[in-house]
Ligand binder design. Structure first.
Ligand SMILES: C[S@@+](CC[C@H](N)C(=O)[O-])C[C@H]1O[C@@H](n2cnc3c(N)ncnc32)[C@H](O)[C@@H]1O
Length: 281
């Protein structure tokens, strides 16, 4: 482990990232921190008895990866809400599906076994896991997010933390996540390449729940509204449908000529069917 004076920038772009151990450093944590440093192409900073606040001051980092299990990313801008991979709401949603209920997203988008879905706003992978359960072992979930750190964190969990979620291991393996802006990703894909494209951009007006998982990723997430270019490309790439999740009163459904499935709910889904005659039996 090295003491370093400064922290370089990695593929996360503007964010300066370093990694360190938890305060109670064990031999496993030492191995994990070296692995994390390689994974995030960043330097290791000696923890000693330093608080993360002190480390932020000493290093000038914007984000510190703490080599715990699960791995945590702590942002200088929001140190009280670390980001780590965990299935969150995917667990009860998948349990309900396994119990015979149909998930609202899956039902609205008519996702079925064998489908290939592009989750174009991957975030914390919650919806992707649900989609992976819906498409089954003959389907696939492709995913992208413009946050390199979020995608890398998920890929780390796929590779090293699957044992923490044994019931989800086959679903984790079914997701292929890439880092990139979805407009660029879609532009590289051929016509009708997937069955459904799904967008869940950051809400224009956040929900009033500052402790929610999504609030913790705000510092990493791309806050831009969905672009018309993205919508147009998605309609070309999707064989069947393009789905948008938003707050019903956001104005976004009107902007894309969609009808929210629940106009009075906290959030809603709108679907553009590629061929309006399409009906899944
Ligand atoms: C609300 S979160 C998605 C949450 C996700 N559905 C889940 O279940 O965890 C929105 C995500 O979309 C990403 N995003 C926004 N604009 C994007 C773009 N143009 N290209 C790729 N990702 C984008 C953000 O970085 C953020 O992680």
């Amino acid at each position: 482990m090295f003491d370093i004076a400064s922290v370089h920038r990695n593929e996360s772009g503007a964010l300066r990232v370093c990694c360190t151990t938890p305060v109670n450093v064990t031999s496993v944590a030492r191995i994990r921190v070296r692995r994390a440093a390689e994974w995030f192409t960043c330097d290791v900073v000696r923890r000693g008895k330093d608080s993360l606040e002190t480390l932020f001051r000493k290093t000038g980092a914007d984000a510190i990866v703490v080599a715990d299990e699960p791995l945590r990313v702590v942002l200088r801008a929001n140190p009280k809400q670390p980001v780590w991979f965990h299935p969150g709401m995917a667990l009860p949603r998948i349990a309900a599906m396994r119990g015979g209920q149909r998930d609202r997203l899956v039902r609205v988008a008519r996702i079925g076994r064998g489908d290939v879905v592009l989750d174009a706003t991957f975030g914390l992978a919650v919806d992707s896991l649900v989609l992976a359960a819906a498409v089954g072992d003959t389907g696939r979930v492709l995913a992208c997010d413009s946050s390199w750190l979020l995608v890398r964190l998920f890929q780390y969990a796929q590779r090293y933390e699957g044992h923490l979620y044994p019931s989800l291991q086959p679903l984790l393996a079914r997701i292929e996540a890439h880092c990139g802006d979805h407009v660029a990703v879609l532009q590289q894909m051929s016509d009708n390449a997937v069955d459904v494209v799904y967008f869940d951009p950051m809400f224009r007006h956040p929900l009033h729940n500052p402790s929610s998982d999504l609030e913790s990723v705000r510092g990493l997430a791309n806050p831009a509204p969905l672009a018309h270019d993205a919508w147009r490309e998605a309609l070309r790439v999707a064989r069947r449908a393009v789905v948008l999740k938003e707050r019903p009163d956001s104005g976004e459904f009107e902007r894309f000529h969609l009808h929210p499935d629940k106009p009075r709910a906290k959030f809603a889904y709108g679907v553009a069917w590629k061929e309006t005659a399409y009906e899944r039996t």
